[in-house]
Design a protein around this ligand. Structure first.
Ligand code: ADP
Ligand code: SF4
Length: 687
């Protein structure tokens, strides 16, 4: 199909200094923890986005020097010339598809742990390092400042030699020494780099000029700047000094890349920022202050919203990190008039969590993310079926839907049977919780693809028993029948049922989804640590009930630290007057009373009218176990997703996808062999 002319504006070229972006789709720098440890995977990951139509593709943050070593995080490195060939892999891959390659040079200052290089972190003034490390940063002296300027120029020249078209100067996310110099909270210097705003911006100005002089003949200079840190006067603010900073530097860079800081605000989840374009109130002013193009982000997945951003003069280029992760082919789908094929980001931050755990990227919506080189997976194509055999998929949650879709894409005739009257499984229920509606996109994308795929027959309201399946005589059977929450309190903190639990009426999230009467003061026991406990707390407070959230961990929803949500979850619960009790386990239950214990403060009791266990889940694999007795009747019999091992929605989608790829292949389904990047041994330095 042809592109709708109303989207033509998105495909106009944009001149950025000495280079020209072929269109307005701009993948801003984002981490993927492939980086210097996995350069081939990094190049393949970025290549597919260029292939998918993004006009500019940027790296993740690139350490310019060992004094800015972010170990254990595996981002990019350009410490010396030996790093250049790695970068060539990426720039060549991107150029092959006609896109520009951008590099985000970074000195992290006192944010760098330097755990590998073992040098003391540096900051504008002598202040405590970020995080909880027992380390103080040393104040940069004039020689350090001169060194830093030289390192940045060296890195920019290496970037140019590596083939980059856009070179970044970076002052964002509270991660960069340039931003640290701008902030009075970190910069208490009394020389020409401290005090007045002009002094605090001096180093940024110098770096912008240095970089332009060094590589500006050939490369565009982008300036990534956080206009607001949503931290009141403690951070940069649009209503404070940000507008002055933009005014002072307006024409120095070739491109303004603007966002809000820190990362938790920039990459806010849909739970806390449900709308596209949520950064506009903080970044829209920039265009009126510079003649240079402006790129910004806001989890844009709608082509109409993108057009509106351009037409209203908010942005010149549509920046995206997460939308390009969820759908590397987003621009191409708009170009080809295939809007309904766009796999929209759900704003869950599983991608971010991987980076925060120093692990390679993954994505809930796009299970091929991070697997492009490692397993040779492509988000838009899949190997043809190995036979004409039919496949039965039982259960249409995230795992079953993805598996059925990819099997159908391979060309297998697929029957998808679902017990309930709707597709989607757990995401139908979970998306009804406060802030979770975007999770329905996991179902909606797959349902719309399946409905248009003639290889699939969908059978709703079809609960299959083992004998039904045997009678169907379908050679390949995939069971994706899900899981349910345990009622006995067993989880991480209790390996056996909680004492006295059989004396008490206990509810689980499944009862909430089945609309059970759960009245009065609700005690939620969260031994799960992700979103379920806290979203349920919001739900019951919304109904006007008293709620206490009790967790064995030291913070509520502690795993959401990785998705950058924990502080926001906590604030929201406090705003809603949810009673929060941390670091306590239940030792014994009796009607209306939970006896709890902490290692530090002894024992006490919590009252309740209803108690809800969010501890762990049991697999619903009865069907699988029954069918295993007839294993020889099937060529394939597999349990996948939550009925194999309960986990995240992302894990279920991945398992469905991997299973579809592996059907009738020689891969060992439980331990697939994948490509690894093995470091070369330096023969000269043996011994
Ligand atoms: P996952 O996250 O692994 O995809 P879900 O719990 O989301 O798991 O989905 C499991 C789906 O399987 C649910 O929609 C459920 O109704 C369906 N299901 C469970 N047992 C059967 C069965 N015997 N026949 C058909 N569908 C089933
Ligand atoms: Fe979007 Fe979630 Fe994928 Fe990240 S993991 S790109 S937030 S869908």
């Amino acid at each position: 199909m042809a592109r709708d002319p109303k989207y033509d504006i998105l495909f106009e070229p944009v001149k950025i200094g000495p280079v020209t972006a072929p269109n307005r789709f701009y993948q801003v720098p984002h981490c993927n923890t492939l980086g210097h440890g996995r350069p081939s995977a990094e190049a393949a990951n970025r290549r597919i986005k260029a292939e998918g139509g993004w006009g500019a593709i940027c790296t993740q943050e690139i350490e310019i020097h060992p004094t800015s070593d972010v170990t254990p995080f595996v981002e990019g490195r350009l410490w010396d010339d030996r790093d250049i060939p790695q970068h060539r892999l990426m720039t060549d891959a991107v150029h092959e598809h006609g896109a520009l390659a951008g590099i985000e040079l970074l000195h992290s200052g006192f944010h760098a742990s330097n755990l590998y290089s073992r040098v003391a972190p540096m900051a504008p003034s002598a202040i405590m390092a970020t995080g909880i490390r027992p380390v103080q940063a040393r104040a940069m002296n004039k020689r350090d400042i001169a060194d830093f300027r030289r390192w940045h120029v060296d890195a920019a020249q290496r970037a140019k030699r590596a083939g980059y078209d856009i070179v970044y100067v970076y002052a964002g996310h509270d991660l960069s020494v340039l931003q640290h110099f701008m902030k009075p909270a970190y910069n208490q210097r009394t020389d020409e780099y401290g005090g007045s705003l002009e002094n605090r911006v001096r180093l940024t100005r110098e770096i912008l000029i240095d970089t332009k002089e060094a590589v500006g003949d050939q490369c565009a200079i982008a300036f990534r700047f956080a206009t607001d840190e949503l931290n009141g006067p403690l951070g940069l603010q649009v209503s404070g000094e940000s507008q002055d900073i933009v005014g002072m530097l307006a024409e120095l860079p070739d491109l303004w890349d603007v966002n809000i800081s820190d990362w938790s605000n920039d990459s806010s989840t849909a739970r806390f920022e449900p709308n596209e374009g949520y950064q506009e109130p903080y970044t829209a002013f920039v265009k009126s202050m510079t003649s240079k193009p402006v790129v910004g982000v806001g989890r844009f997945t709608s082509a109409d919203t993108m057009v509106s951003q351009i037409r209203r003069g908010v942005l010149d280029l549509i920046g995206a990190a997460r939308p390009s992760i969820a759908d590397p082919y987003l621009p191409r789908k708009i170009d080809e008039g295939r809007i309904e094929d766009i796999r929209e980001c759900i704003g869950c931050n599983i991608c971010v969590a991987q980076d925060n755990m120093a692990a390679p990227i993954r994505c809930t919506q796009n299970p091929t993310q991070g697997e492009e080189w490692k397993q040779g997976w492509h988000p838009e194509s899949i190997e043809a079926a190995a036979s004409d055999d039919a496949v039965l998929v039982v259960g249409a949650g995230p795992a079953g839907l993805e598996c059925a879709l990819q099997l159908a894409n391979r060309g297998y005739p697929v029957a998808l049977a679902e017990a309930s009257e709707t597709l989607g499984g757990r995401v139908v229920h979970e998306s009804s919780l406060p802030g979770m509606s975007s999770y329905l996109r996991v179902r909606d994308y797959r349902e719309s693809q399946l409905r248009r795929n003639e290889n699939v027959e969908i059978y709703l309201d079809n609960k299959l028993a083992a004998q039904d399946i045997i009678d169907l005589e379908i050679p390949h059977v995939i069971l994706a029948t899900g899981s349910h929450w345990r009622r006995d309190g067993v989880g991480r903190s209790h390996r056996f049922a909680i004492d006295g639990i059989d004396q008490v009426e206990v509810f689980t999230p499944d009862d909430v989804f089945a609309s059970a009467e759960i009245g009065g003061r609700v005690l939620i026991y969260d031994d799960d640590y992700y979103y379920m406990g806290s979203t349920l707390a919001e739900l019951f407070r919304g109904r006007g009930q008293e709620v206490c959230l009790l967790t064995p961990e030291s913070k509520v929803a502690i795993w959401t630290e990785y998705t950058l949500e924990q502080e926001k979850v906590q604030s929201r619960l406090l705003d809603l007057d949810v009673e929060i009790v941390v670091s306590r386990v239940i030792t014994r239950l009796e009607p209306n009373t939970a006896h709890v214990e902490s290692s530090m403060r002894g024992r006490n009791e919590l009252s309740f009218d209803s108690i809800l266990m969010v501890t762990s889940r049991s697999v619903d694999d009865e069907l699988y176990q029954e069918l295993l007795k007839f294993n020889d009747r099937f060529k394939t019999l597999r349990a996948i997703g939550d009925c194999h091992a309960p986990g995240t929605v992302a894990a279920a989608v991945y398992d469905g996808h991997a299973t579809a790829r592996q059907l009738e292949s020689d891969q060992d389904v439980y331990a697939p062999l994948f490509r690894r990047e093995i470091p070369a041994i330096d023969q000269d330095s043996q011994g």
